[in-house]
Design a protein around this ligand. Structure first.
Ligand code: F6P
Length: 367
């Protein structure tokens, strides 16, 4: 089955996620064991515009990286070859299609297959390259856990663990000062990180994009606790959460070729809680801490499994697919089935039901 494959390439695109290096190691070791060569394309696809930046990946290059955060290949979320932002002669920014350069560099380097590790945006690019003739296998990465087709993405467990630890720590200072803390976590348009970390840390309120909130319901919960003698509260808010009838809070206008940046909701919610309840309230934004440092054991193992499975797909000649966790197996799903179908939190999922049954408030009126 592996007949014909001599050299593959791997790249990492979009925001980083803990476990990227473990995937790279899984890919490299499995491919070298099949007698293939592995090239690492640096900074998304940039290494293909300037091939002096391509890395030959050997056993030595992936030694001791399983537990390391970041990516040895570098990454970027501004490098879509189909919408590449460039400076025009007059200094203005223009968006150009450089995908043909990618395809010709790929062919010139005699690469037989590409393993593209990325989230929705990067896998969308990978699918377009597949449509242009590049044999591609995708590996689902994102701390947001919002990709369809896989039960979980690597990076998510680490982000939830970091957020849970932060929420645990904030509990003691909140209690000592009888304050309300509003803690903003990442997740983009999905509330998975907020939900899982909020329930695991026994937070009092969880605000997620899937459930538009009423600030009065949030304040009622805070005052209900006050009346019970619990004079502090912890509110977890996903960066994409919004008030009923309101909009998501963004940081500045959308830049060409990348998603709009979300952020700032915690400050708004904190100010409103303080104003309505009179309780001293602080906002904390966890931000990129959730993406930094070592992956958890769960993410390391999943990432290694994804890397090895991606090589298996290449060996079997299965392209235009993404590896996916369907416990207990890792299998392949067509990229065309998963892209553009971001997975949000189902309102009737067990974790939401558990939270409600434990008295956690979602800022709505359903109890
Ligand atoms: O998609 C991963 C993610 O960390 C989101 O949770 C967050 O909104 C975004 O990336 C942040 O992007 P950047 O690193 O460009 O600030």
């Amino acid at each position: 089955m592996t007949r014909g494959i001599k050299r593959i390439a791997v790249n990492t695109g979009g925001g980083d996620a803990p476990g990227l290096n473990a995937v790279i190691r899984g890919v490299v070791r499995s491919a070298l064991n099949r007698g293939w060569q592995v090239l690492g394309i640096t900074r998304g696809y940039e290494g293909l515009y300037d091939t002096s930046k391509i890395m030959q990946l050997t056993r030595e290059s992936v030694r001791g990286i399983t537990h390391r955060g970041g990516t040895i290949l570098g990454t970027t979320n501004k490098g879509d070859p189909f919408e590449f932002p460039m400076k025009a002669a007059d200094g203005s920014m223009v968006v150009v299609d450089r995908s043909d350069e990618i395809v010709s560099a790929f062919n010139k380097l005699k690469i037989d297959a590409l393993i593209a590790i990325g989230g929705d945006g990067s896998l969308r690019i990978a699918k377009k390259l597949y449509d242009k003739g590049i044999p591609v296998v995708g590996v689902p990465k994102t701390i947001d856990n919002d990709l369809s087709g896989t039960v979980i993405t690597f990076g998510f467990d680490t982000a939830v663990t970091i957020a849970t630890d932060a929420l645990d720590r904030l509990h003691s200072t909140a209690e000592a000062h009888e304050r309300v803390f509003v803690v903003e976590v990442m997740g983009r348009y999905a509330g998975w990180i907020a939900l899982n970390a909020g329930v695991s840390s026994s937070s009092d309120v969880i605000l997620i994009p899937e459930i538009p909130f009423d600030i009065n319901a949030v304040c009622e919960k805070v005052m209900e606790r006050e009346a019970e003698g619990r004079r502090f509260s912890i509110v977890v808010v996903a960066e994409g959460a919004k008030a009923a009838g309101g909009d998501m809070v963004t940081r500045g206008p959308k830049e060409a070729g990348r998603e709009v940046r979300l952020g700032g909701i915690a400050e708004q919610v904190a100010a409103q809680i303080q104003q309505i309840t009179g309780k001293e309230t602080r906002a904390v934004v966890l931000g990129h801490l959730q993406r930094g440092g070592c992956p958890t054991t769960f993410d390391r193992l999943l990432a290694l499994r994804f890397g090895a499975a991606a090589v298996r797909m290449v060996a079997e000649g299965r392209f235009g697919v993404m590896v996916a966790l369907a416990p207990p197996q890792v299998l392949a799903v067509p990229l065309s089935d998963v892209l553009g179908r971001n997975r949000s939190v189902p309102l009737d999922c067990d974790t939401v039901l558990t939270a409600r049954e434990m008295g956690i408030c979602f800022g709505d009126t359903v109890q």
